[in-house]
Design a binder for this molecule. Structure first.
Ligand SMILES: *Cc1c(COP(=O)(O)O)cnc(C)c1O
Length: 506
């Protein structure tokens, strides 16, 4: 165990040091009382001859181990999560309560359709509101994350192109330099070649450069709006017109829909496909690897290619279309085994209904207001990535740190000492040493002020030459500065006993 303090235990106050399971457990004992095996083993000569060498715990020990570990995690329920392009936000407990109602929580995807009419009704209702909010005619509910939703949209685009007999010739997808990495990855996964779109000086897609790249080889453009610099793409309608004129489709990355929900409808902007991250806009839990949910809305041109399954209303009851036949014979296929993330659907609809139309509009307004509040306050010491107002997130470059000997990474590490999770760093790539901050609409003014005061204080310290405070940070975290390059290049993924001979002898 490496300790970072001079206490006997390695604990720092109530911050307790947690050894690995392998270091803490006992190899001689078991936490479970097993009866002695009697008679002959049916394993024959497959019976283990050596102890299995797994650490064992008594119940209180196991409890303590995992509770201590859980307390090392920073969470949205502990404080502000300023990560940009991520939208970590408070999950109202009402949503959680709804999702735990037995009629929703305990349904099984293989139950007969007559027994899950309420659950299907809820999916149908959510479909309706997603279409209504986006002014799009169709939505595929099954994608399980933003990236999965992108895959759904791009597969629909590929199917539409193939249906027109242009599959062999329309092979290019245009993606801006500032795009989230999942955009080019999705296009490549679908067999397209990815071509970069340059940005203008004000951080938006260069319309003239884009138009020049359009041809009968372009299958689609993939544009994020608001984009990953936190800016609204002013020329979005012109982009849509231009790509349609060239016979291609417009994929919009709608991960940041929370900034415009209730204010702008993507269908009115000429978009053909867009995923919505329920875990970013409609307050379903986010992080820790999911479960997310990325329904994808589709235009008239793409709707026929939407994947199965789909929930439809027939008279007074709901049905699931499971096969690509009948009305859905052009479906490009299926993306998931069942119907999507039921628990997320319940939470999202609960969030929509508890907010109402005016409430959802206010979500967008407040997320933009909060980001601009942070932008203006921090601009006192920090340099903005691009001039002017932003949407849901505020982007700063590292220009203001020039000559201080402190870099973006050092600054972020010093934020940990102040009790904050760092913002998104070095993304988007188009801005040097980027710091992308997204407070979201759920932070109070007091919380934003505490955050801004701390960052401004740090910024002044950096400029005043207190370099060590940053290069040595974090000083108060369970682990201090790590060798991140080594961790990435030579990760230690396997525990090896410090003294293997001693263990073997036991
Ligand atoms: C989060 C995000 C994605 C990917 O969404 P996941 O649910 O994490 O797969 C794609 N694009 C943008 C702009 C995002 O912010």
């Amino acid at each position: 165990m490496t300790t970072t303090t001079d206490t006997f235990t390695g604990h720092k106050g109530l911050e307790l040091e947690v050894p690995l399971l392998f270091e803490e457990g006992s190899y001689e004992k078991s936490g479970v009382d097993m009866p002695e095996p009697s008679g002959t083993s049916r394993l024959g000569d497959l019976c283990a001859e050596q102890p299995v060498e797994l650490p064992a715990f008594a119940e209180p020990q196991a409890m303590r181990h995992f509770v201590r570990l859980s307390q090392k995690n920073y969470a949205i329920d502990m404080g502000i999560f300023p990560l940009g392009s991520c939208t970590m936000k408070h999950n109202p407990r009402l949503n959680e309560r709804m999702a735990r109602l037995p009629g929703f929580a305990d349904v099984h995807p293989l139950q007969p359709v007559q027994t899950v009419q309420g659950a299907l009704g809820l999916i149908h209702e959510l479909q309706h509101w997603l279409c209504e909010l986006t002014a799009m005619p169709a939505v595929a509910m099954s994608p399980k994350a933003g990236a999965h939703g992108e895959l759904c949209g791009m597969m629909a685009i590929r199917a539409a192109i193939e249906a027109k007999g242009e599959g062999a010739t329309r092979t290019k997808v245009l993606v801006p330099e500032s795009a989230h990495g999942t955009n080019p990855a999705t296009a490549a996964q679908c067999g397209f070649t990815v071509h970069k779109l340059p940005a203008t000086e004000d951080g938006r897609v260069d319309l003239a450069a884009m138009t020049e790249k359009l041809s009968d080889e372009v299958a689609a453009i993939m544009v994020t709006n608001p984009n990953t610099c936190g800016l609204f793409e002013r020329d979005i309608r012109e982009m849509a017109e231009a790509v349609h004129e060239a016979g291609g489709y417009f994929y919009c990355d709608g991960a940041n829909f929370n900034a415009i929900v209730g204010k702008v409808r993507p269908g009115d902007l000429g978009i053909d496909a867009m995923h919505i991250n329920l875990h970013k806009t409609f307050s379903t839990p986010h992080g820790g690897g999911g479960p997310g949910s990325g329904p994808t809305v589709l235009s008239d041109a793409l709707a026929p290619f939407a994947p199965v399954p789909a929930v439809v209303k027939s008279g007074e009851s709901f049905e699931i279309i499971e096969q690509a036949e009948g009305d859905m014979e052009q479906a490009f296929g299926r993306m998931v085994a069942f119907h999507g993330q039921m628990g997320m659907f319940v939470r999202a609809l609960s969030y929509m209904m508890s907010h109402g139309a005016d409430g959802l509009r206010k979500v967008a307004e407040d997320s933009v207001l909060n980001a601009n509040y942070v932008r203006v306050r921090l601009a006192e010491e920090m340099t903005q990535g691009y001039p002017g107002t932003c949407m849901h997130e505020a982007l700063f470059s590292d220009r203001w740190l020039k000559d201080t000997g402190v870099g973006t990474l050092d600054f972020a590490k010093a934020m940990i000492d102040e009790g904050f999770h760092p913002m998104t760093m070095y993304f988007p790539l188009v801005v040097s040493g980027a710091m992308l901050i997204e407070p979201t609409e759920t932070e109070s003014k007091a919380s934003l002020d505490e955050f801004c005061d701390s960052l401004l204080g740090l910024a002044r310290a950096a400029k005043a030459g207190e370099k060590e405070r940053f290069t040595q940070a974090p000083r108060y975290a369970p682990r201090t500065r790590l060798d991140e390059t080594k961790a990435a290049r030579k990760p230690v993924l396997k525990w090896t006993p410090a003294n293997p001979e001693a263990m073997a002898a036991e």
